[in-house]
Design a binder for this molecule. Structure first.
Ligand SMILES: Cc1cc2nc3c(=O)[nH]c(=O)nc-3n(C[C@H](O)[C@H](O)[C@H](O)COP(=O)(O)O)c2cc1C
Length: 223
């Protein structure tokens, strides 16, 4: 799994959807799993499909980061190759100035190594003032949209302290992503009152939300 914070290119990995591969499937035993994993890793190398978790805020110690970390953990447990990207470490001037000329070197690197190679995104987006964070839009506006987003697939999870689970923000994003030639999975997860679903260590506790995340990931792999 590759993280934005400077891991080696050797860890760059790729993802393919594979119907039989699901840890919930009682029909698949451990030896079959091992075999499927080898086939998947070989297939990934040739088909070049990349899954990226995109965490959409730079706010430190955010609850959406804790949800994004849970996705990271689940994909890791399922042995699904993926990348993790967060706005936390992105240079402020990328959001603030939008157009650097020449392009900001950090943004160039993110585009070349993380977003450009991505074919499927899992967006974890907090609700700020009734929608997604402005810094997230600022980042998208600063990026090479054709290279990073055109013809790619996305699923959305909203995170809020209030009751709406960022439903409105996910609708806004669906429209914007469609404008950007992205296809958005119908199964969106609104996580409301998020702090009530996290323990003192920030670990997700809700079995209901965990089940929805499993379902969303299964759908996303087939999408
Ligand atoms: C600038 C800002 C605006 C916010 N606006 C809303 C809001 O409109 N509705 C809501 O339910 N929560 C709102 N919140 C609370 C966040 O939804 C809450 O912090 C939640 O944990 C997700 O954000 P986080 O990932 O930054 O923690 C807001 C938080 C911030 C920092």
């Amino acid at each position: 799994m590759k993280r934005f914070r400077g891991t080696s290119p050797a860890s760059l990995q790729i993802l393919i959807s594979f119907d039989a591969y699901s840890p919930q499937s009682p029909a698949v035993d451990n030896s079959e799993h091992a075999f499927i994993e080898v086939i998947l890793l070989l297939a990934f190398k040739f088909i070049q499909i990349m899954l990226t978790i995109f965490h959409g805020t730079a706010r430190i110690n955010s609850n959406s980061r804790k949800i994004a970390d849970y996705y990271d953990e689940v994909l890791g447990k399922r042995n699904i190759p993926h990348q993790f990207f967060t706005l936390e470490n992105v240079d402020d001037s990328i959001f603030n100035k939008t157009f650097h000329n020449p392009k900001h070197p950090q943004l160039q690197s993110i585009e070349d190594h993380i977003l450009g190679p991505t074919s499927k995104y899992i967006f974890i987006i907090p609700e700020y003032n009734g929608s997604f964070p402005g810094m997230f839009k600022g980042f998208i506006d600063a990026s090479d949209v054709k290279k990073c987003f055109h013809n790619k697939k996305a699923c959305l999870t909203g995170v809020a302290d209030g009751r709406a689970g960022n439903l409105r923000g996910m609708e806004h994003l669906t429209n914007i992503f469609n404008h950007m030639k992205m296809n958005v999975l119908h199964f969106k997860i609104p996580i409301s009152q998020v702090s009530t679903h996290l323990d003192a260590q920030g670990k997700l506790q809700s079995d209901e939300i965990k089940a929805m995340i499993d379902q969303q990931l299964d759908l996303m792999l087939d999408f």
